[in-house]
Design a protein around this ligand. Structure first.
Ligand code: F0G
Length: 454
């Protein structure tokens, strides 16, 4: 693109639209009451701007819709499977690709094979389902972010990095069957991991396999290109291949960077482990050439993977997230800086110092944004991570409210509206009160817990 223009436009035109319904403050208060103050219980049509997640919520391109038409639904060895596998291996050249219905199915299969009591699985930061799937096997899910990663205001360019010294100690002292690195680090603010850090992790691992939780690999690669010396002129697909070459395998949710509405995979080089995982796949997901997906989904993802590494798209994608984060920062709202790839994270602990962690400041802020403006975000704090494997409840390292940006779905005026509502809520922050949890399921409690206002 010509570089004389400051405005970075959406690099697409809209060719199919989906209406969104307006609601009144009173209607939203009713919804909150019905939902037990948990926004996962609010019906989508009652949300104005839905920033709950960037997972499966993106808009597909016309070529992806064409891919749906091309879908081959043969049970075994469909043409869609071969196109899907080729697109995956073009970026991630692992020996074995095992298709699953979404990311957590890949995690479940892999950790069933490698987890178990007494084992420890380190990650820069486990996301909710990864942690839950590790813990379900009896293993320990250990987060090893660099210290800067836990300071919302620290402007380190690669706050997603893993603490390599801490990893070395863990590898020396504990039974570690596999090491994970999450690209970008979702729980830690959508922050990228540098290639230098990934190389150091690889070296520290020695013979222990290194896997990538690669949901947001393209956004991570774009940050490497922008911020890491030596990569300015490297094409994004080459950066991705270089990341993959440092790893022994990956888990993937195709609902994120691959621009799918559903889907995922596990990929790896180890033949024996792949065999074991395929056997589990057949038991729970499906035959190895479709796993948990329809043929048409695999075609949509194959096309999505090509679009995900397009640099005009990535420039727009990362700039539009940054646009929201910078505007909130300018308005004096504390956000995780630098702004991450797929989401803006408001530091609810800093914005609402009157609410103690066990009264859930991130959740209280999520409720306030929905009540005032129909905006749905998601808490990433003590509601999500506060219940520990030993049964105790403790404050999470950070109390964040994530505003995740669905891919290619909202325009700049939607985002301007979000900025306006956030400003309004922040000006009234002192009056916001915390919540009490009144119903709690045994695992992944944030999805179904119910609350009452204090
Ligand atoms: N790993 C990371 C880093 C994730 O962010 C997610 C999902 C998963 C694994 C699991 O993938 O949903 O396809 O089973 N994150 C979503 C989110 C749900 O809102 O961030 P999945």
């Amino acid at each position: 693109m010509d570089s004389q223009w400051v405005t970075i436009i959406e690099p697409f035109r809209i060719h199919s639209v989906e209406p969104i319904a307006m609601t009144t403050l009173e209607e939203r208060e009713q919804e909150l009451l019905r939902a037990g103050y948990n926004l996962f219980n609010v019906p989508g049509p009652r949300v104005l701007v839905d920033l709950l997640t960037d997972s499966g919520t993106g808009a597909m391109s016309s070529e992806q819709w064409a891919g749906l038409q091309r879908g081959d639904e043969s049970y075994a060895g469909s043409a869609s499977w071969f196109r899907f596998r080729e697109a995956v291996r073009d970026l991630f050249p692992f020996q074995h690709v095992i298709p699953t219905h979404q990311g957590r199915a890949a995690e479940k299969i892999l950790f069933s094979a490698l987890g178990g009591p007494g084992r420890t699985i380190p990650n820069n930061t486990h996301f909710d389902t990864t942690r839950a799937n590790v813990e379900f096997t009896g293993a320990e899910a250990l987060d090893l972010p660099v210290p800067e990663g836990l300071v919302p205001s620290s402007r380190h360019p690669f706050k997603g990095n893993m603490d390599v010294d801490a990893l070395r100690r863990v590898l020396a002292e504990r039974d570690v069957p596999i090491v994970f690195v999450t690209l970008t680090n979702n729980s830690g603010g959508g922050q990228p991991v540098s290639m230098e850090n990934l190389r150091a992790v690889r070296e520290a691992c020695g013979d222990v396999p290194l896997f990538l939780d690669a949901c947001r690999f393209a956004e991570n690669a774009w940050f490497v290109k922008l911020r890491e010396p030596g990569y300015e002129d490297t094409p994004v697909p080459d950066i991705v291949r270089e990341m993959a070459a440092l790893a022994d395998g990956m888990t993937m949710s195709a609902k994120k960077d691959p621009l799918g509405n559903i889907g995922g995979w596990l990929a790896l080089n180890d033949d024996a482990l792949a065999e074991q995982c395929r056997n589990l796949l057949i038991l729970t997901e499906g035959f190895p050439t479709y796993g948990g997906m329809a043929g048409r989904d695999m075609d949509a993802i194959a096309q999505g993977l090509r679009e995900a590494v397009d640099e005009d798209y990535l420039r727009y994608r990362i700039r539009s997230t940054e646009y929201l984060g910078e505007a909130l920062d300018r308005a004096g709202i504390p956000v995780v800086l630098p702004v991450g790839g797929h989401a803006v994270y408001i530091d609810a602990r800093a914005l609402l110092p009157q609410i103690p962690p066990l009264e859930y400041p991130g959740q209280a802020l999520a409720v306030a944004l929905y009540r005032e403006g129909g905006i749905r975000g998601s808490e990433i704090g003590t509601v999500m991570f506060g219940r520990r494997a030993d049964g105790s409840e403790q404050p999470a390292p950070m109390e964040l409210l994530r505003l995740a940006i669905p891919r290619r779905t909202y325009t700049q005026s939607h985002v301007d509206y979000v900025i306006e509502v956030c400003g309004h809520v922040a000006r009234g922050a002192e009056a916001i009160r915390g919540l009490r949890m009144v119903e709690e399921p045994p695992a992944l409690r944030h999805f179904t817990a119910r609350f009452e206002p204090l």
